[in-house]
Design a protein around this ligand. Sequence first.
Ligand SMILES: NC(=O)c1ccc[n+]([C@@H]2O[C@H](COP(=O)([O-])OP(=O)(O)OC[C@H]3O[C@@H](n4cnc5c(N)ncnc54)[C@H](OP(=O)(O)O)[C@@H]3O)[C@@H](O)[C@H]2O)c1
Length: 375
Amino acid sequence: MGGDLENGASSGSMTEVPRVTVRPAYFVSTIIKGGWQLAGDHGAVNADQAIADMVRFVDAGVTTFDCADIYAGVEEKIGRFRAGLIRTRGRVALDNVKIHTKFVPDRDSLARLTLADVESGIDRSLLRLGLDRLDLVQFHWWDYAVPGHVEAMGHLNTLRDKGKIDLIGVTNFDVEHLTELCDTTDIASAQVQYSLLDRRASGNFAALARRRRVSIFAYGVLAGGFLTDAWLSRPDPGFDFGNRSLVKYRLIIEEFGGWALFQELLTALRAVADRHGADIATIALKATLDRPEVTAAIVGARYADRLPQTLHALELRLTDEDRAEIETVRSRARGPLGPVYGLERDISGRHGLIMKYNLNRGDNRMASASRVEAA
Ligand SMILES: NC(=O)c1ccc[n+]([C@@H]2O[C@H](COP(=O)([O-])OP(=O)(O)OC[C@H]3O[C@@H](n4cnc5c(N)ncnc54)[C@H](OP(=O)(O)O)[C@@H]3O)[C@@H](O)[C@H]2O)c1
């Protein structure tokens, strides 16, 4: 795990969730609660329950939350959680809480994005979250062929100077374009897919992040739920899912080497999990948290029911035997290859075809659920 580790930060929980300092006086919990799963397209969401459970995450020491302007209704839910916590426990209860959102301008708007557009996006996130200043804004740019990402980053810097943003990060940028942005902006973090299945952010990307003090926040750690006991020994389900994130990660499994190799990985993880009295999800999370380039792992869960399994990852220690068993399977993976988010960026490729590119303008039409994706 990268970054400067501080003492455990949890209160009222047996397991201490370490905090990592990202910038002076700015720290995150090494497990971040993901927000995409609350947008409604991963299965029904009981909003009151989900909001109440956010308090359980905070009490357990998971004090950092991830969301995005394009996750429908999620910034608002986190805003309700914040307001409720202030009402019941006072503002002090939010002292360690950090909310990371994203600025994801619509693909169709990239060519004509102005400072006013960026500001209105940031103002909308502020309003939804009930904040005066956003803790961390993670910037996404759909298409490098459309010039403007450096200018848009300049606009975010202007808004930072105006006091509307504390830290700026990115999501899904590759080495070449992250380098460009680092030359003009203090980029605190990069959110990328990183898991037992996807190591595209190792190597050059991780080296750049280390050099420029960019913290890596990993998503896809459980491959949207595939890296769990639920899929062990199951026949290949194909690609036609109602839950859109499963299509995304089923495609990553294909790049990894296909369903048979994936089952070998799950079997190896099960053997490791047996030795630790754990779940496959716990071992998959631990294996990613242990990677030196990963600062924090984002875990998507609608509710807190599996929080104990998540926290268990912080208690157990993988042995050399455990790691070797996992790597024996991983060494036979054929991919995914190429730059971070490179496959997904190809609009005509099978990863790009399932994307939704204009979610901010309400482009939520679904020809079929399996054609849907989000940043
Ligand atoms: N920047 C980007 O482009 C991007 C892309 C994807 C995700 N993200 C971020 O990352 C977060 C996580 O999303 P993800 O795609 O990476 O998904 P993930 O965390 O790999 O997997 C989430 C799924 O795993 C299930 N799960 C959670 N904990 C579990 C446990 N202990 N045991 C078994 N199953 C468990 C959840 O079930 P339930 O649904 O039942 O709770 C959910 O369906 C998102 O919420 C979002 O904040 C960012």
